[in-house]
Write a protein that binds this ligand. Structure first.
Ligand code: BDR
Ligand code: CA
Length: 311
């Protein structure tokens, strides 16, 4: 199986991405690194532990990452995800606790101790941990096979400001460091994730699955759907973060282009906006695979099939 590390700020959609990965024999999940994002890192670490416990995967370690963005005050998305960051299901306090090692140290140790180009890093939140690892030891991070990130927005407007997507906006300096790193990078921006909506019909199908994981996923998405209906008038929440794992499982469901992507780090008005050189007008070399379509029906069927395998 493909070895992956998931850096995440759960987040209902993060939780479902993690469950999708745990349910897929194509992956060996080496660990979860908690990021500060939707809620502070203490809480995202606890949420990560709750998800693993729910899935019966106490063998997967959780590490706490950086408590705040590289050079800005922290923001959060409690207005979207609720006070816990993962509102919806009533999950018990976890018995699992984060490992003592720092998340950035775990990333670097794991990349250093495994053969080069064997580990994929998936980021589902602001990229503070990965960028810190890049600053500390670029040669070690270069051993990663690929970075797959939910980040950015281009033809689609932003979801936290008119021009920026939340993960890019929360730590734009981190995103900038990753974008110039030269690492092989796949971005799943709002251009994709806003096309992967959990419609009421899809939610119904999820409700019909047996198992406590599917039940929790249903409760989470039901919570998100209420918010998104109010905010966008959409009948269904976008499933942002699962698109990353979905792309690793079934890249044929997605399309996009290898392009140059940069992120705004200074203008207050467009902070965190991703500038995507779709037509190569700058002639800067491509630094990312930027995806912008998804076969939502196909991905949803795959997700249901996988989630049905969890306890
Ligand atoms: C991203 O922001 C978070 O709130 C979600 O979990 C997702 O990672 C979408 O912009
Ligand atoms: Ca997230």
């Amino acid at each position: 199986p493909q070895k992956i590390i998931i850096d995440t700020d759960p987040g209902q959609d993060d939780a479902i991405a993690i469950m999708l990965a745990l349910a897929s024999p194509e992956f060996e999940v080496l660990g979860l690194v908690a990021a500060a994002g939707n809620v502070p890192v203490e809480q995202t670490a606890e949420n990560a532990c709750k998800i693993l416990e729910l899935a019966g995967r106490l063998d997967v370690p959780v590490y706490k990452g950086c408590p705040r963005p590289i050079r800005r005050p922290p923001i959060n998305a409690q207005h979207v995800h609720g006070d816990t960051g993962m509102d919806g299901p009533d999950l018990p306090a976890p018995t699992l606790t984060p490992m003592p090692q720092h998340g950035v140290a775990f990333l670097l140790d794991t990349l250093a101790s495994n053969p080069a180009q064997t580990i994929t890093i998936v980021t589902l939140g602001p990229m503070t941990n990965l960028s810190t690892a890049i600053i500390q030891a670029p040669d070690i991070v270069a051993r990663a096979k690929r970075i797959v990130s939910m980040c950015g927005a281009w033809a689609e407007s932003g979801n936290i400001t008119p021009s920026a997507e939340f993960n890019a906006f929360a730590d734009p300096d981190a995103a900038a460091i990753v974008l110039v790193s030269g690492l092989p990078l796949t971005l799943l921006p709002l251009d994709v994730t806003h096309k992967f909506l959990i419609t009421p019909e899809r939610l119904e199908k999820l409700a019909a699955l047996p198992g406590r994981c599917a039940r929790a996923a249903y409760d989470m998405l039901n919570f998100s759907a209420r918010f998104d209906l109010k905010k966008y008038g959409w009948s269904g929440a976008p499933l942002h973060d699962p698109c990353t794992i979905g792309w690793l499982l079934a890249p044929e469901f997605f399309s996009g282009r290898r392009v140059n992507v940069e992120v705004e780090v200074s203008s207050p008005l467009t902070l965190g906006a991703t500038a995507v050189d779709w037509w190569n007008v700058t002639q800067r070399p491509p630094n990312a695979e930027f995806l912008n379509t998804v076969d939502a029906a196909g991905l949803w069927t795959l997700m249901l099939e996988r989630l049905s395998k969890l306890p």
